[in-house]
Design a protein around this ligand. Structure first.
Ligand code: F6P
Length: 341
């Protein structure tokens, strides 16, 4: 068969692991693998490259995606054009690693495409799977940052506020903050009370803690307030979150005795080489995707449930974002550790 491989949406550590694992299995079984460049863009503009074994050997350890990606391609109203361009690629089927934009997009413009979906996002907020690859690497970046910033926070007797990605759900802030025992974790699923946060910061100050590190998700918000996002009127790039850590730092300085600074981790969370955990996960997901393609089980997804990589209907990963349950067991762990959440 001639199988297409595409990576769509924001990059995530582990995408190259999917590419390497799936390609090794397919090429090893005598199939042709055609990489589509830059996600949907590559279909619209007919840009592909045949994937050869020697080019992908070892790329699983690299961040980014060997094929390039795009999270801004306009697809609405372009279904006919997409399908006509896709037909030119003469593929028997497609393995696509992507997030909500990719799979909801495919549902809209080419619902009958013979496709195997691999859920991908550092945000860990896709339905149908318990974890997405890239998440473990992203929260390692967050926890490393918190551990490091605690030293300067303590030296200067400051509050350091670390802003994480997660435009919808708070998984990155929660996982990274819990792993590093951050002093407070603010996530969108649990809007925070300004008076209670001020009281907590004042209390810790009075107790003589040398410094503090707070982790805040970019989409977090205070009770009754909106999340902070950059409203570039008419921007074709859409809404972009960011800025809450800076706002909170200013508020801390005007409301409590603490001096405060903020750090935005931004795309550093997406650009580190994948952790071993993510490499194991992408090897299993990539191999499973190749196996489903070879069995022509189109319309399925590879997901992680109860410790195993299994197949599921593609529709399982096409739902709305998977938010953190406000009473999730990690939230309870935070509370037991004395973390403000
Ligand atoms: O992949 C999702 C995400 O990481 C969000 O958490 C974040 O808001 C967004 O991507 C930013 O992506 P970009 O700057 O590439 O549009």
């Amino acid at each position: 068969m001639r199988i297409g491989l595409m990576t769509g949406g924001g990059d995530a550590p582990g995408l190259n692991g999917i590419i390497e694992a799936a390609s090794r299995a397919l090429i090893g079984n005598g199939h042709e693998v055609i990489g589509i460049l830059d996600g949907f863009d590559g279909v619209f503009t007919n840009r592909t490259r045949e994937i050869k074994w020697n080019e992908i050997n070892g790329i699983h350890a690299d961040a980014g995606t060997f094929l390039g990606t795009s999270n801004k391609t306009k697809i609405i109203g372009r279904a006919d054009e997409f399908q006509a361009q896709y037909a030119k690629l003469k593929l028997d089927g497609l393995i696509a690693a992507g997030g909500d934009g990719t799979f909801i997009g495919i549902q809209r413009i080419a619902p009958n495409l013979p496709i195997i979906g691999v859920p991908k996002t550092i945000d860990n907020d896709l339905q149908g799977t318990e974890v997405t690859f890239g998440y473990d690497t992203a929260i390692s970046v967050v926890s490393d940052a918190v551990d490091a910033l605690r030293k300067t926070a303590n030296s200067h007797h400051r509050v350091m506020i670390v802003e994480t990605m997660g435009r919808t759900a708070g998984w990155i802030a929660l996982g990274g903050g819990l792993a590093s025992y951050a002093d407070a974790i603010l996530i969108p699923e649990r809007p925070f009370s300004r008076p209670k946060l001020a009281e907590f910061l004042n209390r810790r100050h009075a107790e003589g803690i040398p410094g503090m590190v707070l982790v805040v998700s970019e989409a977090a918000k205070a009770d009754g307030e909106n999340a902070v996002f950059d409203e570039i009127a008419g921007s074709i790039h859409g809404v972009r979150f960011g800025g809450i850590a800076e706002r909170i730092a200013r508020w801390v300085e005007t409301t409590t005795p603490w001096e405060a600074r903020h750090v935005v981790l931004g795309h550093l969370q997406r650009s580190r080489a994948p952790t071993t955990t993510d490499r194991f996960l992408t090897a299993a997901l990539g191999l499973k995707a190749a196996s489903l393609a070879m069995q022509k089980k189109w319309g399925t997804a590879v997901v992680y449930r109860e410790g195993r990589v299994i197949e599921a209907p593609l529709t399982d990963i096409q739902g709305p974002p998977r938010m953190v349950d406000p009473e999730h067991r990690w939230v309870k762990s935070c509370q037991s550790l004395g973390i403000f959440i």
